[in-house]
Design a protein. Structure first.
Length: 414
């Protein structure tokens, strides 16, 4: 019977604030260890940054869920578009458990906050202050928080402050007025997106917690698609997979294939992560989405300026790599197992690097994701590829098999 995830008490891709749904990838595990290290060593201040949707808030919730409340006092703030006075008034109100009112001037208020933290220390409680969305903090607030983090008693810092924010926070800390501030932060961590294998584990983890992992099956080829359109951001994965499962539920489907994911992407009108479309060329509906992907292209593979093979791109998405699971297999030691993708999105075709070791190059420049034009020169490992449009007399099959391409690659470095 089909997995009716709507009847579950806990929805696997909508309850994003539940820490039990949080999958600790190696990246998140490392970041969590750094947060614990900053606390144990009483370092005073830690900087945690990451792009939108990489799981910073969930990581913080996971970290705080393991804190001993008897030994710590936790202050967590999400509203950061505040004046210096408003910020420290909020901190003070979180620290007190009575009707004591905060001061209305910053100097006595700062002293009031320090005294309260010192009192908590006398009660054998260490104060933890977490400032989420810290990229919105004004310079004055950052300087004042830095001052608080440096307060000591018996040569031990009285509190630990975690500044959690987007990349803008790192840019702000490059301001000359806070140069001293940034130089004293001993613990910093930048949270990256999930890699392909972790995307798969993340999805199955959430399904397992919700109780639906035995009733729905994901084909393996859908995970590179999800990575392409979400960039490995957990928040975007949640949105896309939620849409996929909704579509599957309505169509009574229990096997999630690439077609199902493509239909969901078309409905959402998403483009590959990192790609920006002009409005006039963005597909408007499913019919346009399908029609604009019918253009036929090919790759011309060269060795020493001689054409050795042609590969016709017959799908809207192909993978290139050394492993046999790829559409275009090239047995080159400089090429990763899954090295790159070529994606047809609307009227544009893109080359996307799949976190390969040696990278992808277009016209001599290394790229993560970039549009391809007719005649674009691509370098992957030791192979030179030219992207071009196929002729009207395109053969029904590729003129040379992937095994033939392998022969070229095997001899390329000899």
């Amino acid at each position: 019977m089909y997995y009716d995830f709507f009847n579950l008490k806990e929805h696997p891709f909508r309850l994003t604030c539940e820490t039990k749904f949080f999958y600790l990838s190696p990246e998140h595990t490392h970041a969590n260890a750094m947060m614990e290290f900053a606390l144990i060593k009483r370092q005073g201040l830690m900087l945690l940054t990451g792009e939108v949707g990489t799981g910073k808030t969930m990581l913080v919730q996971h970290f705080l869920s393991r804190i001993d409340e008897n030994a710590h006092k936790v202050v967590k703030l999400n509203q950061t578009q505040l004046s210096e006075l408003e910020l420290f008034q909020m901190i003070f109100l979180e620290l007190v458990d009575d009707d004591t009112q905060p001061e209305v001037r910053i100097t006595p208020l700062f002293k009031q906050v320090v005294e309260r933290i010192e009192k908590l220390r006398e009660e054998k409680k260490h104060t933890i202050i977490v400032i989420d969305e810290a990229q919105n903090l004004e310079i004055e607030n950052l300087v004042r928080l830095f001052e608080l983090s440096q307060k000591r008693i018996d040569n031990e810092k009285i509190c630990t402050i975690y500044l959690v924010g987007q990349n803008k926070l790192r840019d702000t800390l490059e301001d000359p007025s806070v140069r001293e501030f940034i130089s004293t932060i001993n613990t910093k961590y930048h949270l990256s997106s999930l890699v392909l294998e972790d995307i798969r584990k993340y999805i199955y983890h959430r399904l397992a917690v919700a109780g639906g992992h035995k009733s729905v099956h994901f084909e393996n080829d859908i995970f590179p698609i999800i990575e392409t359109y979400t960039g490995g951001r957990p928040r975007l994965i949640n949105v896309l997979v939620d849409h996929v499962l909704t579509y599957s539920y309505l169509e009574d489907i229990n096997k999630i294939t690439s077609r199902v994911v493509d239909d969901a992407i078309a409905d959402l009108q998403w483009v590959p992560f990192g790609v920006q479309y002009a409005e006039e060329v963005r597909p408007k509906n499913k019919k346009t989405f399908e029609e604009e992907r019918r253009s036929s292209y090919k790759l011309i593979i060269r060795s020493e300026d001689k054409i050795t093979s042609e590969y016709y791109i017959r799908k809207k998405r192909i993978t290139i790599g050394r492993h046999s699971e790829n559409d275009l297999r090239i047995d080159d030691t400089l090429i990763s197992r899954q090295h790159a993708q070529i994606i047809q999105q609307g009227r544009t075709v893109y080359l996307r690097d799949l976190n390969s070791t040696n990278g992808c190059f277009i016209n001599g420049s290394r790229v993560d994701i970039a549009p391809l034009e007719i005649g674009t020169e691509i370098k992957i490992g030791g192979c030179q590829l030219t992207f071009t449009r196929s002729t009207k007399n395109t053969p029904s099959k590729n003129t040379r098999s992937s095994e033939n391409v392998l022969e070229f690659a095997k001899t390329h470095h000899s």
